[in-house]
Design a binder for this molecule. Structure first.
Ligand code: FNR
Length: 399
């Protein structure tokens, strides 16, 4: 029971009241739609063909990306009544970090395709809400530039493990020095998947020098560039070719994980886990967490929907490691479902990128505030005060 004399604490759902009040008393409407599942349509009206082709479509026929979204549709929320949800708490402890909500901004590369300020705008928006910003190795801005934009905000670094060990160590060292606390190693992209939208244009941003800022600002990469081209500031095309040489790392195996431990003293999370055996291997190798993710369907066409992979993985290893989730999260209700199925926190991908495309930092903040408001309202209306109370019993699986 709530003490009638104590006002309830501020909730993320207050964002809803603010929108209604602005409409009622000032005749203002939100600059961007609050229908988060519809953001893609709006962003598509704004982005040019190459940017749209890189961001929105997925591998092959797009069937994995469709399956990701369809999997959320099949799980339905079962609301409970009369359970006093006046005081709700969305805070979460994720791998030792206290967060206002179990949501992170997942690693997304080449954000300058969406907006000129790219990752800097995203890092600022994440910091404004106190949510972790995960900086991609494929970013349009360097590790240090994004750290400066993130300021006091929490930040994690995502590694695409390059074939050159010296370059790998250099990237890790720079990330640690710039205040990134957690490391996410993306395992599902040791080489690029088959992406017809880019192939039909013959377009890969990296080969034009876009999305390789972490490399061109790196002393080890620059030394190699100088050796091969005669100058560390070679033209973008030459830098892109050297990148294309160091990026693919198809020989990687589980045996090499100790190398990362030697060079990173914070928590390490493996991204791209889609089955129980690999989740078990991650635990056996002493990893601190996993991200159940299929890269938003951008790597393997016809792959299992990430949400379909989640319950068995959470059941098998959830008590021994931190289970994060992404791929297909579009709304606050989707976050609710992933948490109920065993995720400790959720990484947002495309939706915040659409917000970035539409309105820069303000657009990313808009998406985050709307998503958290909807999560808060969904929790309360379904009869829960905290995501910690959620179990699979909060959901019904339709055939
Ligand atoms: C990504 N993703 C990604 N992941 C990663 O580990 N490093 C990266 O550089 C990128 N880059 C990237 C670019 C773009 C344009 C997209 C859409 C995605 C994958 C990302 O972290 C996440 O796994 C997916 O975005 C989740 O799928 P949805 O929810 O966005 O469909």
């Amino acid at each position: 029971m709530t003490d009638a004399n104590t006002p309830p604490p501020a909730h993320f759902s207050d964002h809803q009241a603010l929108i209604y009040a602005a409409g009622a008393f000032r005749g203002e409407r939100p600059a961007l739609t609050t229908d988060l599942a519809n953001l893609e349509v709006r962003a598509a009206e704004k982005l040019d063909g190459a940017a749209l082709g890189y961001i929105v479509p997925s591998a092959g026929s797009g069937s994995t990306a469709r399956a990701n979204v369809a999997a959320f549709e099949r799980w339905r929320i079962v609301p409970r009544m009369l359970r006093d949800h006046a005081r709700r708490d969305l805070s979460a402890t994720v791998l030792g970090s206290e967060l206002p909500a179990p949501v992170l901004l997942g690693p997304v590369g080449v954000q300058r395709l969406a907006h000129p300020e790219g990752e800097l705008a995203t890092a600022r928006a994440a910091a404004a809400l106190g949510l972790p910003y995960v900086h991609s190795t494929q970013a349009s801005h360097s590790i240090e530039e994004a750290a400066e934009a993130s300021g006091p905000g929490p930040r994690w670094y995502q590694l695409y493990w390059p074939r050159d060990p010296e370059l790998c160590v250099s990237l890790l060292r720079r990330a640690r020095a710039a205040g990134y606390t957690h490391l996410v190693i993306t395992l599902d992209t040791t080489m690029l998947g088959w992406r017809p939208a880019d192939l039909d244009r013959g377009y890969l941003p990296f080969l034009q020098g876009e999305g390789i800022a972490n490399y061109t600002s790196d002393p080890v990469f620059r030394r190699r560039l100088e050796k091969e081209s005669g100058a560390p500031d070679a033209d973008p095309g030459t830098a892109g070719l050297l990148f294309a040489d160091v990026f693919p790392n198809t020989g990687l195996s589980w045996d090499e994980l100790p190398f990362i431990r030697e060079h990173w003293d914070g928590p390490v999370v493996l991204k791209g886990i889609q089955c129980v055996p690999d989740a078990e291997l991650a635990v056996e190798h002493g990893m601190d967490g996993i991200v159940v993710s299929n890269h938003g369907g951008r790597q393997i066409d016809g792959a299992i929907a990430s949400l379909d992979a989640l319950p068995a993985i959470a059941e098998a290893v959830g008590d021994r490691t931190t289970v994060l989730f992404d791929s297909g999260v579009r709304t606050g209700a989707d976050v609710f479902k992933a948490l109920a199925l065993g995720a400790d926190a959720v990484l947002l991908g495309r939706p915040y990128l659409y917000g970035l495309a539409l309105a820069g930092r303000a657009g990313v903040e808009h998406v985050l505030r709307c998503l958290l408001a909807e999560l808060d309202l969904t929790l309360g209306n379904a009869g829960y005060r905290s995501h910690r109370e959620l179990t699979p019993e909060a959901l019904w699986h339709t055939a």
